[in-house]
Design a protein around this ligand. Structure first.
Ligand code: MG
Length: 467
C-alpha cells in the first residue's frame, strides 16, 4: 500500500514538473498531436521605418509593437527582390526568383497583359504544407500570375480571396497616372476582386478591402480551429493608390499613409484576438513583414525606410530590408534579433516544423531559422544577394555589403558599374554612408568569391515576366 502511494506521488511530481517545464521553455511546439499553424501577414511597399517599434515617430502601431515585444523583432530581415512579383516568388518557393524565371529587367513585375506566372513545378509553402494535411488560404494580393493555371488554387491553396495583381493596374481613362495615383478614386483602377477562380467584384472597392481581407482571414481561422492551417494574408496596402475605410480617415498625424498603416495594425490586432479567443495562440506562428521597401517617388504618400537609404525598386538597404516580427507566445523566445534572415527562410522553417521533407531535386536559397526563433541556436545565413531583375547588384556577407552595380530605383536606366565596388559595414553604418572599400580589399575579395560560387548554381530558365 505504502509502495503504491510513493509511486503515485512520483507520477504526480513528474507531471507537475513536466507542466512547469513546458510552460517555461520555448522550443518544440507543445501539442505533439498537431503541428503548428502558420500565418504570414505581408504588407505591400511598407518601409523599414513605418512602424512604431521600428522608429516611426507618428504612425501608431500598438498591435504590431506588442507582437514585437512579446515575440522577436528582426532588424536584418530581407526579401528576395525589391519589387512585388519576384519578392513574392522568393517567399513562396524558398528560392531566388532567378531560379523560377520570375524576374526581369524589362518588365520588373507581372502586368495584366502578361502571359507568364509561377511555374507549375515550383513547390510553394502552401503546396508543401497541404501535403502534410494543412488547410491553406491566400487572402489578398497574389501577383504570381493571373491566368488560371497560375492562380493560388493551382499552387496549393484551398481558398483564395483577393486581387490577382497590384491595385494600381488596369487603370482606365481618366486623369493622368500621377493624379490618378495621388488623388485616387475606386473607378480609376479596374482591378478585379476574386474568390477562387471567379471575379466577384470589378473594380474592387479598395476602401473596404483591408476590412474584408481581415474578415475573411478571421473566418478561415475559425473554420480551422481543429486542424492545422496556413494563412497567407497579403494586404494590397500600403501600395499606391492608398485607400482606407471611413473609420480610419484622418486618424493619423502622418496623413493618409499613416491612416492606411494604422488600419493594417488594427487588422493585426483583430487576427491576434481571434487566435487568443480560440486558444490557437498557443500553437500558431505569426510572421509580419513587407514585400519591398517604400515607394519613394510618391513622396509623402510613399512610406519611409527610416535610417536606411533607398527604397522600393533599388538595392540599397531600404529596398530590401523589411520591418519583421515573429510571434508565438509559447514557441518563440522573445528578443531583438540582428542575425540575418530572409523571406526565403520561411519555407524550410515551416516545412521542418510541419515534418515535411522537401524534395532535393532543386536548389533552395532558404535556411531553417527555427533555432533562432526558439532561442536555441544561430542563423545559418551569412549571405544576402541583392538582385535587381536578373542581375546581382550587391552582396552582403556578415556585416559587410559590396555594391557592384548601382542605379536609381526608378526613372533612370543608367547603371553605374562600381569598380572597385562600394563597401559598407552595415552593423556600424546601416545607412550606407561611408565607403570603406579602400581599407578592406580582402573583404571585397571574399565577397567576390561568394558571388562567383553562387553564380555557378544559377541555370537559365524560361523568363515568365517577359512572356
Ligand atoms: Mg510591393
Amino acid at each position: 500500500m505504502k509502495r503504491i502511494k510513493t509511486n503515485q506521488i512520483i507520477v504526480v511530481a513528474i507531471f507537475i514538473f513536466g507542466t512547469i517545464w513546458n510552460q517555461n521553455s520555448f522550443g518544440a511546439p507543445k501539442n505533439n498531436s498537431q503541428t503548428p499553424n502558420f500565418i504570414i501577414i505581408f504588407a505591400d511597399d511598407m518601409g523599414y521605418g513605418d512602424m512604431g517599434t521600428f522608429g516611426h515617430p507618428t504612425i501608431k502601431t500598438p498591435h504590431l509593437d506588442r507582437l514585437a515585444f512579446e515575440g522577436q523583432k528582426w532588424t536584418n530581415f530581407y526579401v528576395a527582390a525589391p519589387v512585388c512579383t519576384p519578392s513574392r516568388a522568393g517567399l513562396m518557393t524558398g528560392r531566388l526568383p532567378i531560379r523560377s524565371g520570375m524576374c526581369s529587367e524589362k518588365r520588373r513585375v507581372l502586368f495584366p497583359d502578361s502571359n507568364g506566372g509561377l511555374p507549375e513545378n515550383e513547390i510553394t509553402i502552401a503546396t508543401a504544407l497541404k501535403g502534410a494535411g494543412y488547410s491553406t488560404a491566400c487572402i489578398g494580393k497574389w501577383h504570381l500570375g493571373h491566368h488560371s493555371q497560375f492562380l493560388p488554387g493551382n499552387h496549393g491553396f484551398d481558398y483564395y480571396f483577393g486581387i490577382p495583381y497590384s491595385n494600381d493596374m488596369d487603370r482606365i481613362d481618366g486623369p493622368d497616372a500621377q493624379v490618378a495615383l495621388t488623388h485616387p478614386k475606386i473607378d480609376y483602377f479596374n482591378v478585379p476582386l476574386m474568390r477562387n477562380n471567379e471575379i466577384v467584384e470589378r473594380p474592387a472597392d479598395q476602401t473596404t478591402i483591408t476590412k474584408r481581407y481581415t474578415r475573411e482571414a478571421i473566418n478561415f481561422i475559425q473554420q480551422n480551429k481543429e486542424k492545422p492551417f496556413f494563412l497567407y494574408l497579403a494586404h494590397s496596402m500600403p501600395h499606391m493608390p492608398l485607400f482606407r475605410s471611413k473609420e480610419f480617415e484622418n486618424t493619423s498625424l502622418r496623413g493618409i499613409y499613416g491612416d492606411v498603416i494604422q488600419e493594417l495594425d488594427w487588422s493585426v490586432g483583430k487576427i491576434v484576438n481571434t487566435l487568443k479567443e480560440t486558444g490557437l495562440d498557443k500553437n500558431t506562428i505569426v510572421v509580419f513583414t513587407s514585400d519591398n521597401g517604400p515607394w519613394l517617388i510618391f513622396r509623402e504618400q510613399g512610406g519611409s525606410a527610416g535610417l536606411l537609404s533607398g527604397g522600393k525598386g533599388g538595392t540599397y538597404e531600404g529596398g530590401m530590408r523589411e520591418p519583421t516580427i515573429f510571434w508565438s507566445p509559447e514557441i518563440i523566445q522573445p528578443g531583438v534579433i540582428a542575425e540575418l534572415g530572409t523571406t526565403m527562410d520561411l519555407l524550410p522553417t515551416f516545412a521542418k516544423l510541419a515534418n515535411v521533407t522537401l524534395p532535393n531535386d532543386r536548389v533552395y536559397d532558404g535556411y531553417d531559422i527555427f533555432p533562432v526563433l526558439s532561442g536555441t541556436g544561430h542563423s545559418k545565413r551569412e549571405v544576402v544577394f541583392y538582385y535587381r531583375g536578373t542581375e546581382i547588384f550587391a552582396v552582403r556577407k556578415g556585416a559587410y555589403k559590396a555594391h557592384f552595380i548601382t542605379q536609381p530605383e526608378y526613372g533612370s536606366n543608367i547603371k553605374t558599374i562600381q569598380d572597385p565596388p562600394l563597401l559598407f559595414n552595415l552593423n556600424v553604418d546601416p545607412s550606407e554612408k561611408y565607403n570603406i572599400a579602400e581599407e578592406h580589399p580582402e573583404v571585397i575579395e571574399k565577397i567576390k568569391q561568394v558571388l562567383a560560387e553562387h553564380l555557378q548554381t544559377v541555370i537559365s530558365v524560361e523568363n515568365q515576366l517577359e512572356k
